[in-house]
Ligand binder design. Structure first.
Ligand SMILES: [Zn+2]
Length: 248
């Protein structure tokens, strides 16, 4: 292929703008905020799961308190009634009185046991409530932190996108000024090498693959007409000749 040497030289401007676009695109997808957000999302999910567990434990403990309380109320009423009967002396039969006193003793023991259980469950309620409040506060902190990170990420994305737009406009106007077949070749090579499709030939070295050009190729390049498009034998990129190329 042949192309005006000046146009070939300007491919280096295209290389610069494409390098900038690649760097901006890389920055866009690798913002540290994205990694932090993924971590915060995982922590939020984990806190939500822990919150459900703590709430379940709390409602279980509350139900146990109610259950014990519902056993305590009739036991206390019955004890009060029995004591009344024992105190007022309405039970005169010694056998009946003895059985009444036995029941009072038994009820006293049962109530003491139930009260112990109730205390235990009340302690569970207190612990589970503290646990739930602690987890809820931690989750709220994660949410607040995520809001901050999202705001910072969006600001960075906005800045990067603005720079990308400027670079892409610069590329479009540059491409408009270069020969179509030269740009098409450049783009084809870019797609193949996964980077800019041209490189400067500087000091006998291809700045695309950084390899030194062998003596035979150097002689061939030196003999080539200025408008002939030459290519690196190693990486296939278009080689752009400059006064610093080392061709004599
Ligand atoms: Zn090369």
């Amino acid at each position: 292929m042949q192309a005006d040497p000046q146009a070939q030289r300007r491919l280096l401007e295209l290389v610069a703008v494409d390098t900038q676009v690649a760097q901006l695109t890389h920055r866009r997808t690798n913002l540290p905020e994205n990694a932090e957000l993924a971590d915060l999302r995982a922590r939020h999910t984990e806190a939500s799961r822990a919150l459900v567990a703590a709430e379940t434990r709390l409602s279980d403990a509350q139900r146990e308190v109610q259950r014990v309380e519902s056993d305590l109320v009739p036991a206390r009423e019955r004890l009060a009634r029995d004591r009344d009967r024992a105190d007022t002396g309405v039970v005169s039969d010694p056998k009946a009185l003895r059985s009444l006193l036995e029941e009072i003793e038994h009820l006293g023991g049962r109530i003491a046991t139930l009260e112990d259980q109730e205390l235990e469950h009340l302690q569970e309620v207190e612990d589970a409530t503290a646990d739930r409040d602690h987890i809820a506060a931690a989750r709220d902190a994660v949410t607040a932190r995520a809001r901050e990170v999202i705001a910072r990420r969006d600001q960075q994305l906005g800045e990067i996108d603005a720079q990308l737009q400027v670079a892409q406009q610069a590329r479009a106007s540059l491409v408009g000024e270069l020969p179509g077949d030269l740009v098409a070749l450049y783009d084809r090579i870019s797609g193949r090498v996964g980077g800019p499709g041209a490189a400067e030939l500087r000091a006998k070295r291809c700045l695309g693959c950084l390899l030194e050009i062998n003596a035979a190729d150097l002689r061939r390049f030196a003999a080539a007409a200025p408008d002939e498009v030459i290519r690196c034998e190693e990486c296939d990129r278009i080689l752009v000749r400059t006064p610093e190329s080392g061709l004599s």
